[in-house]
Design a binder for this molecule. Structure first.
Ligand SMILES: Nc1ncnc2c1ncn2[C@@H]1O[C@H](COP(=O)(O)OP(=O)(O)O)[C@@H](O)[C@H]1O
Ligand SMILES: Cc1ncc(COP(=O)(O)OP(=O)(O)O)c(N)n1
Length: 268
């Protein structure tokens, strides 16, 4: 049930083309029916053809954005997307630690579809050490899970192994996303006492810019609305599948997925 007074927050980078990052997150929050807020970590000059330039914001302004939001409108859930440097990761972890946020969804963004490194390689370890243990749920795609665990992932069995290893780093749940493998799009939710598979048919679409951002913010929105973890993932998987199904051509490269308000009423 939508409730536009329920606050949700994204801590992520800005995508000037509107398909990924903060812009995708805010569209998702609105479409699912929550009140979206944003803490911007970096500005990317990006379009459907690629990422052309990135500038991080200072750790001071990132910290201040978090503080003023939490001190005034405490979010019911939040997601963290692009955080590119060790310095920024540590500042966010330290600042959030003061507020003990509930329902923290971490999308461990590393490399954009166009191949641009959005996480500096030397910052990977601080993401593992400082951010991942704080997560209620983390949502790695297979290349990210490989980077985090060192396990090569070619199939669902490998996804389970890697997911288990990520769980040992401290998050409550891990959602292993299988969009990069062949065949059906299979995601696996792993927790101490939970193992659930969410499967949808593979859609052969060109326009898949922002899929990971959209899925993680959909999970944050559903958690904020009060759904439990399994129902939040189920509804978010339906949301992203429809968003990919109705994705459209805009620009000359990989276009965005479609956020629209009727999406929840469509059957997949
Ligand atoms: N071609 C596709 N058809 C259907 N679902 C897909 C497709 N590609 C990705 N997905 C789904 O979109 C979500 C994002 O997946 P993935 O592509 O693995 O992550 P990311 O966008 O972070 O690289 C997952 O739920 C995945 O199963
Ligand atoms: C600013 C910003 N943040 C994250 C991403 C990566 O988004 P993702 O949802 O993984 O989709 P692709 O860009 O890989 O299609 C981004 N591109 N920009």
């Amino acid at each position: 049930m939508k409730n536009y007074k329920i606050p949700t927050l994204t801590i992520a980078g800005s995508d000037s083309s509107g398909g990924a990052g903060v812009q995708a997150d805010l569209k998702t929050f609105s479409a699912i029916g929550t009140y979206g807020m944003s803490v911007i970590t970096a500005i990317t000059a990006q379009n459907t053809k690629g990422v052309f330039m990135v500038e991080d914001l200072s750790k001071e302004i990132i910290k201040k954005q978090i503080e003023v939001v939490f001190d005034d409108i405490r979010p019911k859930s939040l997601k963290i997307g692009m955080v590119s440097s060790e310095e920024i990761i540590k500042e966010i972890a330290k600042t959030l630690d003061k507020y003990k946020p509930e329902n923290l969804v971490i999308d461990p963004v590393m490399i954009s579809k166009s191949g641009y490194s959005l996480l500096k390689p030397e910052a990977k370890q601080s993401m593992i050490e400082y951010l991942i243990p704080m997560a209620y749920i983390i949502t790695p795609n297979t290349p990210e899970a490989e980077e985090i665990t060192g396990i090569k992932i070619d199939n669902v069995e490998d996804m389970k192994l890697a997911g288990q290893k990520i769980l040992e780093l401290g998050p409550k749940f891990v959602l292993m996303k299988g969009g990069h493998l062949d065949g059906d799009a299979v995601d696996i939710l792993i927790g101490k006492d939970i193992f659930k598979v969410y499967k949808s048919e593979r859609l052969y679409r060109k326009n898949t810019h922002g899929t990971g951002c959209t899925l993680s913010s959909a999970i944050a929105a559903h958690l904020a609305l009060g759904y439990d973890i399994c129902e939040s993932v189920k509804r978010s998987k339906e949301y992203i599948t429809n968003a990919i199904r109705y994705s459209f051509d805009i620009g000359s490269g990989v276009g965005p997925v479609h956020h629209f308000y009727e999406i929840e009423n469509k059957k997949i």
